[in-house]
Design a protein around this ligand. Structure first.
Ligand SMILES: Cc1cc2nc3c(=O)[nH]c(=O)nc-3n(C[C@H](O)[C@H](O)[C@H](O)COP(=O)(O)O)c2cc1C
Length: 182
């Protein structure tokens, strides 16, 4: 798939076929995703896949703050990915001190890059995704048993698309770019 086509045609998919995605496909997608850039090449992003029905139900009931829109998507989901990152590394040049006024914000930035790379890689492999930011990260950590040193960045529901969402609107180029000094 052409890179430009891939970027422009990826959509958030919220309706999936009633099918688990095989684990080898997810390995291939992570194999691509790991080429995302990261602060200091620390590669702090981690991917935890959930294809167990009971665990997905627990995420639906405890993990999205009761936000019904997300609960509805999760209730029909067969596959969920928890994107997490190892805390306290990105943003530092030496062991203790953060290098910029953004302190640890760079770890979330790294997670964002990993997230988009994952969604594009999945799209290229015919797998739809939707990122969920309305989440209760502590509850999700508990349900999936994340290691202590990690925190949840986002949930992603994924699967074989059962809808072809229309393009979502975008701001005009002139509304979002400028040349400094003009
Ligand atoms: C950080 C972030 C959080 C999001 N949270 C949710 C969410 O909780 N539930 C949901 O259905 N979509 C969520 N989305 C998807 C956006 O609504 C979607 O990306 C946007 O409307 C553009 O549509 P597109 O992805 O199809 O281009 C989120 C997207 C991002 C990047």
């Amino acid at each position: 798939m052409e890179a430009i086509e891939m970027i422009k045609e990826r959509r958030s998919v919220r309706k999936f076929k009633n099918e688990k995605v095989n684990r080898e496909t997810m390995r291939e997608i992570v194999d691509i995703s790991r080429w995302a850039p990261s602060w200091g090449n620390f590669q702090v992003a981690r991917y935890t896949f959930v294809d167990d029905e009971t665990m997905i139900k627990q995420i639906a009931s405890k993990g999205v703050n009761g936000f019904m829109y997300n609960v509805g998507i999760l209730e029909n989901a067969k596959n969920v990915a928890v994107l997490s990152f190892v805390k306290g590394k990105s943003g530092k040049l030496d062991k203790d001190e953060y290098a910029t006024s953004k302190t640890n914000v760079w770890e979330v930035f790294d997670a964002g890059l990993a997230c988009q790379t994952f969604c594009l890689a999945a799209h290229a492999k015919g797998i739809g995704t939707v990122i969920m930011g309305v989440i209760d990260d502590k509850s999700i950590s508990k349900v999936v048993g994340l290691p202590e040193e990690e925190t949840v960045a986002a949930l992603m529901v994924y699967g074989y698309p059962d809808e072809q969402p229309s393009p979502t609107p975008r701001k005009d180029v002139d509304d979002i770019m400028r040349f400094a000094g003009e």
